[in-house]
Design a protein around this ligand. Structure first.
Ligand SMILES: [Zn+2]
Length: 358
């Protein structure tokens, strides 16, 4: 075989091998490597060309044409393979990135109000609709607002029942306490009215946390109260009963019978505990109401003249009623919750069930 035929055969072999490899290339990176391996400066084609120098000068143009044809064939095959691979890779990418619009969406868990807060909101909404103005007071109180002004002077036995958290304010001689009820807001609201040169009528609802240092199944050291009072000329027990009847029926979402049972509180005279027809047995008598058909829900009464006097309201002209209720107690009765501690343990199963019930 002549030198030129041998070179031609080498080129043909190189081309066949290269075209087969180009067609099999798995991705554009492999193809890029093949381009360098065959057409690069140190590539296969270049090394074959080195043999051209050994040819007689007259044969060189012939083989030159042949080399160019091979080079063009390789370049063309590479371009073609490249564009095919690019198409294929694009199709794969589109498939991978395709959004399945039929997939159900990912829902984020939605929170709900705590049952106590929900109950508080419901109660405040009812009183607000009845025209009571909302007021707030501090949780750290003094003895005057928590006791003295409410006709509970020092040494009064009722103070002992309040299981009060007392503490001293650093750098002062003042004794402060965590309010044991929301009644101090009554005093503050009446004082604010009088201090501003105003006078009744006053109709106020206040709510918030109160503190007692006892704790068992039915008592928590912190709980919530709602305090309601009205002062005007000619306010009577009938007004109190009407407001209670409307509120309790609205809160329990049914006509609940109520009764006022004589009781004693230092800050009201006369005083009454308020019972509702048992919501568990519909007033028939069951274990929870101990067969009586009645359940005690709150304390109430006509504001004691001494309380009005303490804030500078003339009790010969004005009278008023007041009542205070435990929020947790009413929420427990409404939803049949047996244990007060469930409200404060943050068991998410309980909170979810309660949260979705409203
Ligand atoms: Zn009952």
């Amino acid at each position: 075989m002549s030198e030129i035929d041998s070179l031609k055969a080498q080129l043909q072999e190189l081309q066949d091998k290269a075209l087969a490899l180009f067609a099999d290339a798995a991705n554009s990176k492999v193809l890029q490597e093949l381009r360098v391996a065959y057409l690069g400066k140190k590539g296969e084609l270049t090394s074959v060309l080195k043999g051209v120098g050994k040819l007689p000068p007259e044969d060189r143009p012939v083989i030159g044409q042949f080399v160019n044809a091979t080079k063009n064939a390789l370049a063309e095959a590479l371009d073609k393979a490249e564009s095919m691979l690019a198409e294929k890779e694009k199709a794969l990418r589109i498939e991978a990135e395709r959004i399945d619009v039929t997939l159900p969406g990912r829902k984020s868990a939605q929170g709900a109000l705590h049952p106590v807060q929900q109950g508080l909101n419901d109660m405040m909404a009812i009183f607000s609709q009845m025209g009571f103005e909302m007021a707030e007071g501090p949780e750290i109180e003094d003895e005057f607002h928590n006791f003295d002004a409410l006709n509970i002077p020092a040494e009064h036995p009722a103070r002992a029942n309040h299981d009060t958290f007392f503490f001293d304010m650093e750098g002062t001689a003042d004794t402060k306490l965590l309010r044991t009820h929301t009644s101090p807001v009554q005093i503050r609201a009446m004082q604010a009215c009088v201090d501003a040169g105003g006078e009744p009528p006053l109709a106020v609802v206040a709510s918030g946390r109160v503190y007692r240092c006892d704790s068992d199944v039915t008592h928590s050291p912190m709980f919530h109260q709602v305090e309601v009072f009205q002062v005007d000329k000619d306010v009577s027990l009938a007004n109190l009963k009407g407001v209670l009847q409307h509120f309790l029926s609205a809160y329990f979402e049914k006509d609940v019978p109520i009764r006022l049972r004589p009781h004693y509180f230092p800050f009201t005279e006369p005083s009454a505990e308020v019972d509702i027809g048992c919501v568990f047995c519909n007033h028939k008598g069951c274990r929870i109401c101990k067969g009586s058909g009645w359940i005690e829900v709150l304390g109430s009464g006509m504001i004691h003249p001494n309380v009005l006097k303490a804030v500078g309201i003339d009790s010969s002209v004005y009278s008023g009623f007041a009542f205070g209720l435990g929020v947790e107690r009413l929420v427990m009765l409404k939803h049949g919750i047996p244990d007060l501690r469930l409200f404060f343990e943050n068991d998410v199963r309980f909170l979810r069930r309660m949260g979705s019930s409203k």
